[in-house]
Write a protein of this length. Structure first.
Length: 241
């Protein structure tokens, strides 16, 4: 299971210049580059490219009837900034409309699609913009792997005397037990895909080893700051607040 929050934005702009139909005359369309290539994007991440549509006819209005993505069986491409109910869109001489297309690969594979623009352009009422992108898997550890590493680190640190319960005697042992139990419960929630519950437990576990004055830590020792960092890394991998 992977849940990452990275947003990969590629600063590429494609200009598509169309010509509207004037009442008494028609002109040819001037079409710019018609391809959006997202390149390599990690599975779980996203990439966004922007396409700009402009009219080069000062005497008439360009009417855009629809902009939609077709030939995308995996549904990995999406228009993210235009409401489908906003059509038709009318553009005068200096007006433009921006179309943001997002690529979110679901598996490691090559993906293709088409952005179809329908307008009142005289020669080319349908403009096709090719969409392409490659998804790839990363070696980034999953949240389940991270929490398992955290529990193993906890146990090793206790055995090495680098982590122990706060205070003395049975009270210290009880706090050490509570701390480990929270990590184990979080591990079970992650395995069950109960992300909110795992985040809830991990937040409380972090607060019991963050060396802040309140609430008091359950564990202390040389390894406590490393433990807190590892718990925070698990939380980040889950997208916890």
């Amino acid at each position: 299971m992977k849940k990452r929050k990275q947003l990969l934005v590629t600063a590429s702009v494609v200009f598509v210049v169309l010509v509207g139909i004037a009442p008494l005359h028609a002109q040819d369309a001037n079409i710019g580059p018609c391809e959006l290539d997202f390149g390599d994007v990690a599975v779980g991440d996203t990439a966004t490219l922007r396409l700009t549509i402009a009219s080069n006819d000062w005497q008439s209005s360009l009417q855009i009837d629809s902009i939609q993505i077709i030939d995308d069986p995996a549904s990995v491409f999406e228009i993210t900034n235009i409401d489908p109910d906003s059509f038709p869109i009318y553009l005068g001489g200096e007006q433009t409309v921006r179309v943001d297309v997002t690529f979110a690969p679901s598996v490691s594979d090559t993906f293709n699609g088409v952005l179809l623009i329908n307008s009142n352009d005289h020669d080319e009422p349908e403009i096709e913009v090719t969409l392409a992108g490659q998804g790839f898997e990363t070696d980034e550890p999953t949240p389940g792997e991270l929490i398992d590493e955290t529990i193993a680190f906890f146990d090793m640190s206790v055995d090495d005397g680098m982590l122990y319960g706060r205070r003395y005697g049975w009270f210290a042992r009880l706090r050490l037990c509570f701390m480990r139990k929270m990590l184990v419960i979080a591990d079970e929630f992650i395995a069950q895909d109960r992300i909110n519950a795992a985040c809830f437990i991990l937040k409380r576990a972090y607060k019991r080893c963050d060396e802040a004055p309140w609430p008091p830590d359950f564990v202390v020792g040389e390894a406590v700051s490393d433990l807190a960092g590892m718990i925070d890394e698990v939380r980040a991998s889950l997208g916890c607040d």
